[in-house]
Design a protein around this ligand. Structure first.
Ligand code: ISE
Length: 331
């Protein structure tokens, strides 16, 4: 029988997950939805056939729930993830795992004490076919020694409150996970250069910025973060190794040549067009694993590492210094 899933927080991401689970993913039924807004919860419940439970902890404890998707605001994650651990059920938590290094480490330790992998963090790029292929290529030595990773992360626009700190915590966090995923090692320092802002950036917000990371193995990674391009959703990565380089993020866009001797094509307008399939794969694999009482993807340690690197990144934005990443030992 189907895995019974509760979705906590049905804003943009949570409702997307709820709809994907109930329409495109095999083996799952969304039985319970919960949201801060009763009206919003009722809408998504009606669309997915789920029941509304007003309290998130009651939703986690509901007998009709085998596994949980958390898409509430970041500040709510810690207590909700811990409640899932207490009940011993698998949870897919959207980034960030928690909002501080200490609480994220406490979650890692709580899961380790339990001796089971129950927490998956929603870094869905790992499920994108191109990122997965790029990791494979690197792992089998196809580029020799990978020396550099260059990332580009552009959004067409964001709301006015999206400041430089959010550009690190909400946007660059994806490249933080991608870099760790591709190189299979930890990031050790972060430096941020705040460039001349685009005219549409609010006062005091540096958009674009250039982020430079170094890793345990002395490798360098860069990320151009530019969230108000006015153009499209452009996410690209190039890895340069001692024996070649590989580039992803353009191929999937159709290249059109026309009879007037011109070429052109479309650029993915949003995250759904760019990463929609990755979300479906992420959820499909999570449902299969959760049915067996486990996870299949980035775990609590990856969530903790991302929090630690972003914390250093925010300090780097504010101070202009190169900031060392502080991480405790892996339990
Ligand atoms: C957002 O939170 C995301 O996860 C998107 O993938 C990213 O492109 C965007 O910049 C973030 O705000």
């Amino acid at each position: 029988s189907d895995l019974k899933v509760a979705v906590l927080g049905v804003g943009m991401m949570g409702s997307y997950h709820a709809t994907t689970l109930s329409s495109l993913v095999r083996g799952a039924t969304v039985t319970v939805v919960n949201d801060f807004s009763a009206e919003r919860a009722a809408e998504v419940a009606a669309a997915t056939g789920a029941r509304v439970v007003d309290d998130p902890f009651a939703a986690i404890a509901d007998p009709d729930v085998d596994a949980v998707v958390i898409a509430t605001p970041g500040a709510a994650h810690e207590a909700q993830v811990l409640a899932c651990l207490d009940r011993g059920i698998p949870v897919l938590c959207e980034k960030p795992l928690t909002t501080s290094i200490d609480t994220a480490y406490a979650v890692v330790k709580a899961e380790a004490a339990l001796g089971r992998s129950l927490i998956q963090v929603g870094f869905m790029r790992r499920f994108d076919a191109e990122y997965a292929a790029l990791r494979e290529l690197i792992a089998k030595g196809g580029l020799g020694d990978p020396l550099l990773v260059h990332c580009t992360h552009r959004n067409p626009d964001v709301p006015p409150h999206f400041n430089s700190e959010m550009m690190i915590r909400d946007s660059v966090v994806h490249e933080v996970d991608v870099i760790r995923f591709l190189l299979d090692e930890e990031i050790t320092s972060v430096q941020v250069t705040r460039g001349r802002p685009t005219p549409s950036a609010p006062e005091g917000v540096s958009d674009p910025m250039m982020v430079t990371f170094t890793t345990e193995g002395g490798r360098i990674a860069t990320d151009e973060i530019f969230v108000r391009t006015g153009v499209a959703y452009e996410v690209r990565t190039e890895v340069v190794g001692s024996q070649g380089s590989a580039f992803i993020g353009l191929d999937q866009n159709m290249l059109v040549k026309s009879t007037d001797g011109r070429w052109g094509g479309s650029i993915t307008p949003g995250f759904v067009e760019r990463f929609g399939q990755a979300y479906v794969t992420e959820l499909q694999r999570w449902v299969a694993a959760a049915t067996e009482g486990t996870i299949d993807g980035p775990g609590a340690w990856d969530g903790y590492a991302a929090v630690a690197v972003c914390e250093a990144g925010v300090e780097a934005v504010l101070t202009g210094e190169t900031v060392a990443v502080q991480m405790g030992p892996r339990p």
